[in-house]
Write a protein that binds this ligand. Sequence first.
Ligand code: MCA
Ligand code: AMP
Length: 512
Amino acid sequence: MKSDNQNFAHALVAAAGAHPHRDCLVLGAGPDALVWSYHDLEQFSERMAGALASLGTGVGDRVVVQTEKSAEAVALYLGCLRLGAVYVPLNTAYTAAEVHYFLADAEPKVFVCTGAASGPCSGAAARAGATLVTLEADGSGSLAEAARAAEPYSGVAARAAGDLAAIVYTSGTTGRSKGAMLTHGNLASSAEVLRDYWGWRDDDVLLHALPIFHVHGLFVALHCALLGATPMIFLARFDAAEVAAALPRATVMMGVPTFYTRLLERDDVNRDTCANMRLFVSGSAPLTAQTFAAWEARTGHRILERYGMSETMMNTSNPLDGERVAGTVGFPLPGVEARIAAEDGTVLPPGEIGTIEVKGPNVFAGYWHMPDKTAEEFRDDGFFITGDLATMDESGRITIVGRGKDLVISGGYNIYPKEIETLLDEMPGVVESAVIGVPHPDFGEGVVAVLVTDGTAVGQAEVDRALDGRLARFKQPKAVVTVDALPRNAMGKVQKNQLREQYAHLFTQPHP
Ligand code: MCA
Ligand code: AMP
């Protein structure tokens, strides 16, 4: 009988309860590997929930988390769900200055960070009314200690499908980050659909090398394994040598395209080492047809590419059994409606380029504290305007051809130029700036700052100095060029396409 409690933790607790002694998180390799069983994870999540409750956290309270990837961090996430609290993960690369904004915006009850961040963030946490606790990569820290001593909270707070489970911040075109509100229904529907569509098996072993502060690593990858109560080889970060060494023990890997290009540089990634694998998934950024072909030639596997967003979880996927076509993101997932529309909302016929719009149980509940922004991005009939440009063929297969939004995707991280331009424009000697993404052999796209100066010499060193501590390193320009003037159209709008063409080979060799 299906429970009335739509808290997604309820489904996860049931899955773990059915297989308590199965391996859940395998940390490290060989005889030194540390293994958490499903029972271990459940027990510690109850203790994490108990510790959070003793700090006054209850239903609907936000818990902002900026910690390294660890088994304890997974237990913290599950503890939040159990309590009905709202989990708010932050990229570990964000600087204290960036974190201050998130704390002020999310107004959390608790802020969990590493000891290193606690000093620079303590004032902002106090101003937001949050209790600051720590959790380190090795599982120590004040929250971990509190959890070990806490009275376990073994319940699962009653939640409806439409109640908030998480807020995932995504940068905005205005330079101000928006919190995408994800509900228990969003998490559950997406996880269940992916489990079925990708044919999750009882004997699957997931190779998990993604960060757990974004939808890809936290919800897509983790949820598939947890819902199936199957093991994960849980790596703290992506390290090509470690991933290659783990491949023979895994059956499924999910990654961003950079994972695949880096693995292709290694001789020990081949048909033999991938013999146990049944599925390689790629997403978060476009996978080139070249990487798709090289991977197939090397390993015999056709990578399954899928497409999603923080706001919508997963929207489309190439099929498990049917044809996986390079350069396409496949078909709308079951339950997801997708259409291609013109700017005015007119639905376009097959083959025409327009914006992908989606509707379904996977689509978020809106932006936290931004009702106007939310209203702008939804059509009257409930479709969400993704900002991604694509075509759909007669069979419903979607090919992404570009972005309507001014966004750079580097190594699977979204970077909004406006946020960088605002800081560059404040630099002495800079008259104006344009930030663009151009092809990069490792990250797919690399950030380039194009500057107009008043004659002052402003180069990479000056830009690095000006942005350090204010912007996460991955957002900082990997190249700086100066020009006399930015190209503009008749309306005065900067022609970024022209700049992208001009600097297309800054990081790569032009084709002969
Ligand atoms: C690290 N660096 C980067 C990036 N990552 N620069 C640009 N883009 C990046 N993605 C820089 C660091 O700032 C540092 O610079 C240098 O590279 C080395 O840093 P390190 O941490 O050692 O890098 P790495 O471990 O090699 O990381 C590369 C990576 C990582 C493995 C590709 O970025 C990664 O795990 N990406 C996955 C992102 C992801 O999960 N995206 C999902 C979000 P310096 O030396 O100058 O200090 S999208 C999503 O969730 C939606 C729903 C979806 O569809 O999936
Ligand atoms: P995020 O806001 O970090 O969740 O990133 C979502 C964005 O990543 C989407 O709007 C797309 O622009 C991009 N994206 C995700 N998956 C793919 C893919 N398979 N191909 C191209 N772009 C993708």
